[in-house]
Design a protein around this ligand. Structure first.
Ligand code: SAH
Length: 427
């Protein structure tokens, strides 16, 4: 299996370079691995993460060539935007404005979030069309290992909060490495997200060791370990971690402090900015639909994410969960999420937008719809089943009983049916 194909480095200038994938060019950072023009390389998240021999690369590329062009063709066909559809006058004006690259006013953004059911398709079609123009059919596919559900924090929304009465687990260091090895060697992942609660048992020494070993497999190590010390993040960067997933959760500072007791939004934002500045590839975002949240807050969340200039947007519906103070609150609909994805695509045309598992928990079939409404990235959960079912950040998580290989197959089938290729998106 293959989640990214190799390409040939055809140009290097300073710390950036150009990779050629069957004639398609993408800009990448080249300062992480020692490379030269003419090398065949793998990139993830816009960074060259590994090189391979010409013979190895040719074998993979030969096997891919036909599929590569067939997928591209299919994606193009599925991403047309029918400009002749007659629609509500105001909405049509807004869509024209987006197409002309003019920024939207707040009222226009609200109008997108409030569109009638009949008008949803045309909005998603435009978002998908922009995704296709900006990124072609590339789709980022990362693996995720949820290695501990023990957490120091007591976030109101989260099912693994400190006070939740749930069965806890903590994967041993060797166990994490073993799962990572399998994900890389057997399933072909080129980027692995290591996610956990804020579990201080994993100190600098332990995490540094894990990062170094996994990085030595030539993959992108992506951290999602919560609000930990800046020094720790610096140390893990030096050990070879190059991407980080840290959401700010909500741009409403009062809600933030209420739902993350003892914490402040500005400290979280300061950490996110610091991580970006260190050189980490940044994935950040928010929860949608926290109790009594207005559409204005959603717009603020999208705008704040844009301001933080992440390489990837990660947001998802808040799912009320038993055993938390927010259990029993209202759940969003699938349309709410698709509209948020489309609006994000309009606000930040070049964004990489992740389909998150919370979205799939809200609606099992959302993956396809989200990818057709502007999203272009996803993660596949490779956590061993006995742990995956205990990592209950929210209720009824989708796919927790799925056999991992079955899940990988299902996702790749969806990608291919939409003409998407799991290739790197470049810078
Ligand atoms: N502890 C780490 C990472 C694990 S939680 C951290 O805090 O960053 C990963 C994400 O799960 C959080 O950022 C949060 O946005 C999301 N999450 C937590 N509870 C949720 C819920 N009830 N519904 C949907 N998403 C939730």
């Amino acid at each position: 299996m293959c989640y990214t194909i190799p390409g040939k480095l055809v140009e290097i200038k300073g710390n950036t370079g150009i990779i050629d994938y069957f004639g398609e060019k993408r800009r990448v950072l080249v300062d992480f691995v020692n490379v030269k023009v003419g090398d065949y390389v793998y990139a993830q998240g816009g960074i060259v993460i590994n090189k391979l021999s010409e013979a190895q690369a040719r074998e993979i590329l030969d096997a891919w060539e036909e599929l590569f062009f067939a997928l591209k063709e299919k994606d193009k066909k599925l991403s047309t935007f029918n400009k002749n559809i007659s629609s509500q006058h105001l909405l049509w004006d807004i869509l024209q404005k987006i197409n002309r690259n003019q920024p939207l006013s707040r009222d226009e953004m609200l109008c997108i979030l409030d569109i009638r059911r009949d008008d949803e398709r045309i909005v998603y079609d435009l978002a998908n069309n922009i995704r296709q123009r900006e990124h072609g059919n590339a789709c980022c596919v990362h693996g995720i290992i949820e290695f501990s559900n023990i957490c120091e924090s007591n976030c109101w929304y989260c099912g693994i909060r400190r006070d939740a009465d749930i069965e806890r687990y903590r994967m041993g260091i060797d166990e994490i490495i073993e799962v990572a090895n399998k994900a890389v060697d057997k399933w072909g992942f080129k980027a692995l997200v290591l996610q956990s609660g804020e579990d201080l048992w994993y100190d600098g020494d332990k995490l540094e060791y894990i990062v170094k070993i996994i990085r030595s497999k030539g993959v992108l190590v992506f951290l999602s370990i919560g609000e930990r010390d800046k020094e720790l993040y610096k140390r893990l960067y030096d050990a070879g971690a190059r991407a980080v997933l840290l959401r700010f959760e909500t741009s409403d500072k009062n809600k933030f402090s209420c739902y993350r007791p003892g914490r402040e939004l500005r400290t979280r934002i300061d950490l996110i900015k610091y991580l970006k500045q260190l050189g980490y590839i940044l994935a950040t975002g928010f929860l949608i639909g926290l109790p009594q949240e207005s559409k204005d807050v959603l717009i603020n969340n999208i705008m704040l994410t844009k301001e933080l200039a992440p390489q990837m947007y990660s947001f998802g519906p808040f799912i009320p969960t038993i055993g938390t103070p927010l259990a029993g609150k209202q759940l969003l609909t699938k349309s709410d999420i698709l509209k948020a994805i489309a609006l994000t695509r309009f606000v930040d045309k070049n964004a990489n937008i992740l389909v998150t598992t919370a979205m799939e928990t809200l609606d099992q079939d959302i993956l396809k719809d989200a990818l057709m409404a502007g999203a272009n990235s996803l993660m596949i959960n490779v956590t061993p089943l006995q742990y995956k079912r205990l990592y209950r950040i929210y209720a009824n998580r989708t796919g927790v009983e799925d056999d991992i290989e079955k899940q990988i197959r299902r996702i790749l089938d969806v990608l291919y049916s939409l003409g998407r290729a799991p290739t790197d998106l470049g810078l």
